[in-house]
Write a protein that binds this ligand. Structure first.
Ligand code: FAD
Length: 413
């Protein structure tokens, strides 16, 4: 069976859905090919099911967040930015709200509403959607691309937009097919690596703290001459190491440090608002006024229970000791732990567990003004398949929608 279209979009995630919508708005006959039996499986799990769809930050912040691939996104972001995206969803009947750090969410807190809005618009515009159809290869036959889906079905299209996503959370459909197909068509794939990923540590004691979340802390990562200092925020202990927003956002850079130095020293500052001296004075005052209290009960005002136990082990303090039995040396050791609880990072979880994929189709081979391949005319890329990713905050979904919109418009043009 063979069917013919103006534009075939491969992948029904944020990028592919927006690319198909834009191309259809411009009057093209569009087919959207999706391997799952529904659109936007990954969107459903974004923002813990609430979908942090974009950020209210200015374009320059977005460009900065994408690091070395930031400039490549300039045209895509200018042409279809956060305000345009919010307006688009408003026109689909979905209101948006802005939360702390400029994070934008649907007003009803439901990622499902985002997916439903996209599907409604695709249907209204007459985009043909084929579900449970996995693209296996693309061949070029005169001025047509021949897309093979399974063994029986071929689709012909004048233009193709590859929006198959990255290689993480494979159960959502993004298992990296697009990289293989793009590579076969001559594209360079920048080494894939996990982005926004939990880190593994050498210390066994993290297991005892599994599930413990610490708020208002700061982390410093150090290896060789390189030092990364986080903002103040939240960290979570896991049975293998550390996670939480602060860790995820810096994980890409930390993994570059691990690659260069094997291990990275980590220091958690549990009281970033106080200097060591201020903290020591405070403890000293408290120790003087409650000399007969047990050290562990005084610490309750400062630390969660599980950390008190750890502190006593690391500082060599007997759990039954009264405050007046704590030596100056032990007290200073406690202050040191408060200001720089030490760990060493040895790696990260696998790419499968990462929220985004670093690396991808090289931006040096994609025209940033159109998203068209510089090697294969008529072939376009959109979304996470493209090299580069950003910290959390809605930046990655905006990248998918912006590049999707630009690819759809250029392919239709
Ligand atoms: C747990 C989690 C939470 C996240 N939260 C946020 C958040 O709140 N905000 C944010 O900005 N970003 C978030 N992200 C990142 C964001 O989800 C991605 O950046 C974004 O979804 C990428 O969109 P995409 O369309 O490029 O790829 P995808 O959404 O992965 O879509 C690709 C589509 O292509 C299909 N496909 C793949 N191969 C084939 C094939 N061979 N044939 C046919 N179809 C194929 C897949 O089934 C899939 O539907 C999160 C990611 C994860 C994993």
């Amino acid at each position: 069976m063979s069917e013919s279209f103006d534009i075939a979009v491969v992948g029904g995630g944020a990028a592919g859905a927006m690319a198909a919508i834009r191309a259809a708005e411009l009057g093209k006959m569009v087919i959207l090919i999706e391997r799952n039996d529904s659109i936007g499986k990954k969107i459903l799990i974004t923002g813990k099911g609430r979908c942090n769809i974009t950020n209210s930050a200015p374009i320059e912040t977005f460009i900065e967040k994408f690091g070395t691939s930031g400039k490549f996104l300039r045209t895509a972001l200018y042409k279809f930015f956060n305000g345009d995206l919010i307006e688009f969803f408003n026109s689909c009947g979905l209101e948006m709200k802005v939360e702390r750090q400029g994070r934008v969410f649907p007003s009803d807190d439901k990622a499902r509403s985002v997916v439903e809005a996209l599907v409604r618009r695709l249907i209204d515009l007459g985009v043909k959607i084929v579900y449970s159809a996995r693209l296996t290869s693309i061949k070029i036959d005169k001025e047509y691309f021949k897309l093979e889906i399974g063994t029986e079905r071929t689709i012909s299209a004048k233009k193709v937009i590859l929006a198959t996503g990255g290689a993480s959370y494979r159960a959502t459909g993004s298992s990296g097919d697009g990289f293989v197909i793009a590579e076969k068509m001559g594209h360079k794939i920048i080494k894939l690596k996990p982005g926004l990923v939990p880190l593994t540590t050498n210390q066994e004691w993290v297991k005892d703290l599994q599930g413990l979340a610490l708020e208002n802390i700061r982390i410093t990562f150090e290896a060789g001459k390189k030092k990364l200092v986080s903002e103040i925020g939240e960290l979570m202990f896991t049975h293998f190491g550390i996670s939480g927003p602060l860790v995820l956002d810096l994980s890409g850079d930390v993994m570059d440090m691990v690659e260069a130095h094997k291990a990275v020293n980590v220091f958690i500052d549990l009281k970033p608002a106080l200097t060591s001296e201020q903290l020591d004075n405070r403890l000293l005052r408290e120790f003087k006024s409650s000399g007969k209290a047990q050290f562990k009960s005084i610490m309750k005002g400062y630390l969660p229970q599980r950390l008190i136990t750890l502190f006593m082990t690391l500082a060599g303090i007997d759990p039954e000791h009264m405050v007046n039995q704590i030596t100056q040396k032990a007290r200073r050791e406690v202050v040191k732990l408060f200001k720089a609880l030490p760990l060493t990072v040895k790696g990260s979880l696998a790419i499968e567990e990462a929220m985004v994929t670093g690396g991808g189709v090289s931006i040096s081979q994609i025209n940033p003004r159109t998203m068209e391949s510089k090697l294969v005319p008529g072939l376009y890329f959109a979304g996470e398949i493209i090299e580069g990713s950003a910290a959390s905050g809605g930046y990655n979904l905006q990248q998918a929608f912006s590049t999707g919109h630009l690819a759809g418009e250029s392919a239709a043009g």
